[in-house]
Write a protein that binds this ligand. Structure first.
Ligand SMILES: [Zn+2]
Length: 459
């Protein structure tokens, strides 16, 4: 049997990686290499996907085979899968994405797809994937990394019988469940989805197939529940301290809800002013807004304020040169693709995006240096995930959370007590507060109080 180190070198070459893997990535790979199931809790930006992308070659090398094996990646997010498949295909890696019925593009269309019965369609958008996939190619094992929605793998007859074929039983070396935190946000239906996902664990049991669940945030209790629901055995848990030293945390109050428009204008005016002054130098910002109506209002406000300065350069008012955008689930795929494509750039023309939650999940968006919540998310898990989209290049970034008393009223639907306490924390370090909730006592931040959080700054 080839050594772990040699297998990593082999896999890195196959994936054409021009960097060496980090400690936590290696730790996860080693646990899998040694035949353990694994739960990996790593913030966005830690290179989670590289871990599972290595597996077909890592296990090929370990077993001394002539051909790479197959990794199944289950994810709830179309945008994430689309992004990764494109990147892999550009490198010549055999990857594909199995989409749900009703999509166009050259993906394999699943006939007879059952109607999805849960409320989990946050990002079930029609997409175009550059690699074409045919059922025949799939059946003969032509793809080494297969991405799919959970429903596609479990509810589609063709796929289901393919997974049970001899070839797949021999070749699937890993089942990966990515973005687990997203599925937990589905609410009641997620338990059902997880129970179903454990079917995959049963079709491909240890020791021939290892299982990996990946999430950006999880408390110790949540990890235990996850392992039970997915029926993982012999599980190794790998967690990364979620502190992001280069993101300053700020909490600010906003006007009460009775001030219907002023409460948004108050937050929008300085942003609009800053954008008009700085144009393409405006710090790349995502503003998270919960209600669609407010999202539309914000967008319109900026458009009215900027007028002809809505484009950069000003004299070239084409859609690609627009400085701001809105992103929500009813948006057309073409417009979403434009935003995703812009965000993948180091320094995009697009500078300000108003978004409902789905934007940025798992997306590699290096340039974001500010995340603003106009209203608190309902949980600290969501908060941590959403602010985590800032500062990927290591640049100094800011996360600003606004709230008023209605936002944190105990009767707000889905609001957790923890986020309420977090908003109301006026004295102790917000960073410490957040980390303690996730089971970490040590803060990685070691800079001056001004760049730590709004509470440390006051001291
Ligand atoms: Zn602090």
């Amino acid at each position: 049997m080839t050594s772990f180190e040699d297998c990593v070198v082999f896999a890195s070459k196959a994936l054409d990686l021009d960097f060496s893997l980090k400690d936590k990535q290696l730790e996860t790979l080693r646990a899998l290499y040694n035949g353990h199931d694994c739960v990996s809790v790593m913030p966005t930006g830690c290179g989670k996907s590289v871990i599972f992308q290595c597996l077909p070659w890592l296990f090929q090398c370990k077993r001394g085979l002539q051909y790479p094996l197959i990794t199944l990646v289950v994810s709830p997010l179309t945008s994430l899968m689309q992004d990764q498949v494109m990147t892999l295909c550009e490198k010549g890696i055999k990857a594909c994405f199995l989409n749900c019925e009703g999509t166009h593009g050259s993906t394999y269309k699943l006939r007879g797809e059952e109607e999805n019965d849960s409320d989990d369609d946050q990002d079930k958008t029609d997409v175009h994937v550059s690699c074409s996939t045919s059922l025949i190619d799939l059946q003969r094992g032509a793809y080494n990394i297969i991405y799919a929605h959970p429903e596609t793998l479990l509810n589609n007859k063709n796929i289901s019988s393919m997974l049970r074929s001899k070839l797949y039983k021999q070749r699937v070396c890993a089942v990966v469940i990515d973005e687990v935190h997203m599925m937990s946000e589905w609410g009641m239906s997620f338990r059902k989805a997880f129970k179903k996902l454990s079917e995959l664990v049963c079709i491909f049991p240890l020791p021939d197939t290892v299982h990996l669940a990946m999430t950006t945030t999880a408390t110790p209790t949540a990890i235990k529940e996850l392992v039970d629901d997915l029926q993982f055995t012999d599980t190794t848990t790998i967690t990364v301290n979620p502190d992001r030293p280069n993101i300053k945390l700020e909490i600010q109050t906003r006007l009460p809800n009775i001030r219907k428009y002023e409460k948004l204008d108050e937050l929008l005016h300085p942003l609009a002013q800053e954008l008009r002054d700085l144009l393409s130098c405006f710090p790349l910002t995502i503003v998270y807004i919960n209600q669609l109506e407010a999202l539309g209002y914000c967008y319109q406000y900026i458009e009215d304020f900027l007028g002809e300065f809505s484009y950069f350069p000003v004299h070239d008012p084409i859609p690609e040169n627009r400085l701001f955008a809105q992103f929500h689930k009813d948006y057309t795929s073409k417009m979403k693709a434009h935003i995703v494509c812009q965000l993948r750039k180091e320094n995009p023309t697009l500078r300000l995006i108003f978004a409902t939650v789905p934007l940025g999940m798992g997306l590699n968006a290096p340039g974001i240096s500010r995340v603003i919540h106009f209203q608190p998310p309902t949980t600290l898990e969501k908060y941590l995930q959403e602010i985590g989209r800032a500062g990927h290049n290591g640049q100094q970034a800011t996360a600003i959370l606004y709230y008023n008393m209605s936002d944190i009223a105990p009767n707000r639907k889905g609001l957790s007590e923890e986020i309420r306490k977090f908003c109301l924390n006026k004295c102790t370090c917000l960073r410490k507060h957040l980390l303690q909730y996730f089971g970490f006592s040590n803060v990685l931040y070691c800079g001056s109080p001004e760049n730590c959080c709004s509470n440390c700054q006051k001291k």
